[in-house]
Design a protein around this ligand. Sequence first.
Ligand code: DP6
Length: 498
Amino acid sequence: MFRQCSRSPPSPPSPLLQELSQAIYGYVWVVVAFQYSQSLLDQRRGFKRKQSFFFFLIRPNLYRLDILLRSGFVMAGESQKWILMATARAPTNIAVIKYWGKRDENLILPINDSISITLDPDHLSATTTVAVSPSFEKDRMWLNGKEIPLSGGRYQNCLRELRSRAGDFEDENRGIQIKKEGWNKLHFHIASYNNFPTAAGLASSAAGFACLVFSLAKLMNVKEELGQLSAIARQGSGSACRSLYGGFVKWTMGNEMSGRDSKAVQLANETHWEDLIIIVAVVSSRQKETSSTSGMRESVETSSLIQHRAKVVVPSRILQMEEAIRNRNFSSFARLTCADSNQFHAVCLDTSPPIFYMNDTSHRIINLVERWNRHEETPQVAYTFDAGPNAVLIAPNRKVASSLLQRLLFYFPPGPDNELNSYILGDKTILQEAGIESLNHIEALKPPPEAKDKVPSQRFAGDVSYFICTRSGKGPEVLMEEEHALISSQTGLPKIPI
Ligand code: DP6
């Protein structure tokens, strides 16, 4: 299930020494058992006997042995040098019915259900390596090569929940044994890497916490189902709970105070609606100004619309969305997706002071899609925006996706320093299907039919940083090959120098 690596120990303990120490411990336990049975007999007989001088002498050693056993390790000599590691990859997700607002800030319990599509991890995912060793002195974490503090409550909540569910681990060949309770005394080194911009409204925390929880659960032999792991990931970042599954996922808000029932369930896996194509327009990869966490706190405190949304609008939309996904009804799916994105941003505007996540480019993309949909008299494409200006556009199939890409590239051609290869990322075959093989082809694109009779079309070169063409994808997975590990099995530190 996971890789185990050891820092080459300087010299293995001699077998003779090991056998000798085991023999001594064995002898000590026989003596203790004898002493203990004697004292029980004495107690039954009703008199107290002084502990023998011998028992007094061995007590400190027993105490030390007891600590070793309680701490969960039974190790001989140099085996302190071992390092165990696990590496996993987890996808990000895009909500089509949004989570916005908490009823419990600490446990991260939402005020409404939400539904998302898991994106293909080949294009948008986090990879995380977790390592554990008795030689690590404290928990440490590196995100995209930079060390970040692990002291935050959210990390600590996830670590605490996982440690409390850890299982026994044993590797007889290497003489490593970790008892359940032993995990509390061990420290972790964690290195994580996102293959997309962090905190740019592309749910990087979702992939990050899902991956952290999934990889630690593998390392620590946690035997919980994915649903329970999702409830742990939720305590890192709400939307992370939905990244524990592939395909179409619902986060049920739950009712219990403990949050045990606030977890993700898979509605359908990634093969259910394979035709869908998703194009992400990365409008800005700069860090957003208002984090989701503080934004939704302010909305809950000041917006009156948010209560109506959570109590009246979302419950019926969730049912309709589940039906649309079940029946692969794109028109209904697209109408609900666009309406819910717009209402979420309306709640942001209804917050005091108002929060603006979208910018002019985001609004232009909405106009482009709305005009096209109206022209065709049925939804061609759905759009949705999270807490940032990036657009996520969903097309029902490759044919519509290539028409969409043509439109996007007509209005948002690359800036002067861009190359086509770095402007369209992910699944580039859509680009070929759109008949675009060079920058000249983009230059030669004609305005779309729905733009006719309008004032001459303006083009906005450089306003989009790049596009990612992707689809619905699978849930988290363990990566077995050594080459994927982000931590060196020799040093226990990130492979890439900081
Ligand atoms: C707009 O999960 O980032 O993306 O729970 O405070 O970490 P915290 O917030 P986060 O919020 C995501 C909000 C959203 C909508 C969604 O993903 O459902």
